[in-house]
Ligand binder design. Structure first.
Ligand SMILES: [Zn+2]
Length: 318
C-alpha cells in the first residue's frame, strides 16, 4: 500500500545534512547525521524495500519523504535488528509488510524497554525535546517473520532477507541484493566507529560475518557509517575474530584483561564491553554436589551364627 507522507506531514523535511548515496542501479543508501546512521532503499519494478526507518517518528517521516523523491512505488520494510534506532521511525510508513527476525511480541517488549531507557538517557543529557520525541514513539512491530532465508520479489529483481543467528544481537537480519552485488549488513559492521558489543555474542559474531561475506559482495552497507567494499568488510571481520580470540584467551587465563584492553583492535571501551558480555553469557559453574547428610545410625541386624555340629568328633573322648 502506498502512503502519501507529503499530504499528512507537508512540513516535514529531511535535515540538510542528510543525503543519498547511489551505491548500485536503483539501490540507495540514506546517510543521516543523527547517530551517523545508514538506511537503505532497494527499488524494483513493482515495489521498493525500505531497510530500517530511523530513531523516531520524525526521522521516519523525513526518510519516507526522501524516498518519495526517488520512487512512488509501494513499499515494504525490513528491520536489520531490534535496536530502537533501526525501527522507531516506522509509524511514518503506514500499513505495510514489515519483515524481521523475531516476532511482534518480542519487538514490542524490547521496544517499550528501549523507549524508557532512551528517554531517560536523553533527559540526563539535557535533550528534553529528543526525550519527548522518543517517549511518544508509536511502536510498529514486524508482521512478517523471517526464519532462515527468503527471497523477496520486488518486481524484476529479487532480494534475499537472511537471518544471521547470534552476532551483534539475536535478531540480526541482512539484506542481499545479488543482481547489484550489495549487502546491507545492519550493525554487524560499522564504518567510522567500533562495532557495538552491548547485548552482542562476541564468540559467534565473526563467524557470522565471514559466512555473509562468502559470496563476495562488492558493496557492503553498514548500519552506521559510509558504505564500503568487500575488503573493508573482510578486514573488520578479522578484527571481530581477534576480539573473540582475546575474550577466549582471557577466559582461559592466557591473557590478562589489561593486556586485552591495551591491544584490542577496536580500542578499550568495545573490548571492555565484549569481555563483560562474555562473562554474562558464560553459564555459572554447576553447584558442588551436596555431601549427603550423615544418616542416623541404626544398629545392624544381629548376626546369628549357627554352629555346625561335627558328627565325626567323638565327644566321649573328651
Ligand atoms: Zn544495533
Amino acid at each position: 500500500m502506498t502512503f502519501d507522507v507529503f499530504a499528512l506531514r507537508p512540513h516535514i523535511i529531511a535535515r540538510m545534512s542528510d543525503r543519498w548515496i547511489d551505491v548500485a542501479p536503483r539501490v540507495w543508501v540514506r546517510r543521516l547525521e543523527e547517530l551517523d546512521q545508514t538506511l537503505g532503499l532497494v527499488i524494483g519494478d513493482d515495489c521498493c524495500l525500505v531497510i530500517d526507518t530511523g530513531i523516531n517518528a520524525e526521522a521516519g517521516f523525513a526518510y519516507a519523504t526522501a524516498i518519495r523523491e526517488k520512487t512512488d512505488l509501494p513499499w515494504q520494510v525490513a528491520y536489520t535488528h531490534d535496536h530502537f534506532d533501526h525501527w522507531f521511525g516506522t509509524s511514518a510508513f503506514g500499513e505495510s509488510a514489515i519483515w524481521a527476525v523475531g516476532d511482534g511480541a518480542h519487538y514490542l517488549r524490547v521496544g517499550d524497554e528501549a523507549r524508557k531507557i532512551r528517554a531517560a538517557s536523553y533527559r540526563r543529557e539535557g535533550r528534553e525535546e529528543e526525550a519527548r520525541r522518543i517517549a511518544r514513539t508509536k511502536l510498529v512491530p514486524p508482521n512478517c517473520r523471517v526464519s532462515g532465508a527468503i527471497g523477496l520479489n520486488l518486481g524484476g529483481r529479487t532480494v534475499v532477507l537472511r537471518q544471521v543467528g547470534l552476532a551483534h544481537s539475536d535478531t540480526d537480519m541482512v539484506i542481499e541484493v545479488p543482481d547489484a552485488g550489495v549487502l546491507f549488513a545492519g550493525d554487524l559492521l560499522e564504518n567510522g566507529a567500533p562495532p557495538s558489543y552491548d547485548g552482542a555474542f562476541p564468540y559467534e559474531w565473526p563467524q557470522a560475518v565471514e559466512y555473509l561475506l562468502s559470496w563476495k559482495p562488492s558493496v557492503v552497507v553498514p548500519g552506521h557509517g559510509d558504505p564500503a567494499d568487500y575488503w573493508w568488510a573482510r578486514a573488520q571481520a578479522r578484527d571481530l575474530a581477534e576480539v573473540a580470540r582475546m575474550c577466549g584467551e582471557v577466559a582461559q587465563g592466557f591473557l590478562t584483561e589489561e593486556e586485552a584492553l591495551a591491544h584490542s583492535p577496536f580500542g578499550e571501551a568495545p573490548m571492555r564491553a565484549a569481555l563483560d558480555r562474555c562473562k554474562a553469557l558464560t553459564p555459572p559453574p554447576p553447584p558442588e554436589p551436596a555431601v549427603p547428610a550423615a544418616q542416623p545410625q541404626t544398629p545392624p541386624p544381629p548376626v546369628i551364627v549357627y554352629d555346625v555340629f561335627d558328627y565325626s568328633v567323638d565327644l566321649t573322648q573328651r
